[in-house]
Design a protein around this ligand. Structure first.
Ligand SMILES: [Mn+2]
Length: 306
């Protein structure tokens, strides 16, 4: 029996369902497509992020396609569609990773932070040129392996740095803080030339200056930009519904400002990971995730049209 992608019971802001096939999306003129990746077998701390796509879609039922901040209708401007979830193969991480590579979409909803390894591989193969990478995260996720496992949510930075057309000097980590990081990871990051803007840099420089610097570093000589939002990059006070909550992070306004600057600059694909509805009783983390999507697309529209 093969597993096919099915329409979710509710789609993101009620967007039409469309299979995640590049030919279909192209024929329909789709400029923004969302794909769920309900996978948390790579989680080293606590599970629950596999339910992230469901939580995001449930929370999004509160919203419509019109986004006031940019006076834009996302269905009209982007022909936004929801491609459902990438099909997961039970208890088979390798096949799950292969399935996650098939998706042709611009917005990926995790799932845990192991998924950029798969997304990055697909983007790498599809991009004739170099890729830049910006990640918002409390943690570097730069452990080369964990007890021999190379594809956990503690290692995706290493897997991305190994891609043939992703130079680690075009990789930027924003919001790093705290004691879930290890010195070994910091040594790895420094040795590869990956740039870190730690939380204290954001406090000292402000998010706008940090983003200007980050975009310059990730954009130097690159043709595509991949952005990853780990929900724990945001302060746990604003985003409690995450697998490994950390205090002292970005505020909602700061991450929204960053998303808007990214939208204005132009982003090839982005993901939102470690959204954990079981720890999000008010639904505020899922709503913040909705806001990141609205603001990134809305700011792109305001800057350039869809
Ligand atoms: Mn992470």
């Amino acid at each position: 029996m093969s597993i096919i992608s099915l329409p979710p019971p509710s789609t993101f802001i009620g967007a039409p369902f469309m299979e995640a096939r590049a030919d279909l999306l192209r024929a329909a003129g789709v400029k923004a497509a969302l794909l769920g990746m309900p996978y948390d077998m790579g989680g080293i701390w606590r599970t629950g992020a596999a339910d992230g796509p469901r939580g995001l879609r449930d929370a999004s039922r509160q919203y419509g396609s019109y986004f006031f901040d940019d006076d834009v209708d996302l269905f009209e401007a982007f022909k936004l569609v929801d491609c459902g979830n990438a099909p997961m193969v039970p208890a088979n991480p390798a096949k799950c990773r292969a399935a996650m590579k098939q998706g042709a979409a611009g917005i990926f909803i995790g799932g845990d932070h192991s998924i950029p390894a798969s997304i990055g591989e697909a983007l790498s193969e599809a991009t004739p040129g170099n890729i830049g990478y910006i990640v918002f995260d409390a943690n570097m996720d730069a452990e080369e392996e964990v007890d021999g496992e190379r594809f956990s949510n503690w290692s995706e930075a290493c897997r991305l740095a190994e891609l043939p057309n992703l130079d680690p000097r075009n990789m930027v980590m924003i919001g790093i803080r705290g004691s879930l990081n290890t010195r070994r990871q910091f040594e790895y990051v420094k040795s590869k030339g990956i740039t870190i803007f730690a939380m204290r840099d954001i406090i000292e420089l402000g998010i706008v200056e940090v983003m200007n610097r980050a975009l310059a570093i990730a954009g130097r000589g690159t043709r595509a930009l991949y952005v990853s939002f780990d929900t724990d990059g945001v302060d746990a006070a604003y985003a409690p519904g995450t697998s490994g909550p950390e205090p002292g992070g970005l505020t909602s306004r700061e991450i929204i400002t960053a998303a808007r600057m990214l939208g204005r600059h132009g982003v090839s694909i982005f993901d939102i990971v470690e959204l954990c509805p079981a720890y999000d009783p008010s639904g505020i983390t899922a709503r913040l995730a909705c806001y990141l999507i609205f603001n990134l697309l809305g700011a792109a529209y305001s800057a350039r049209g869809a």
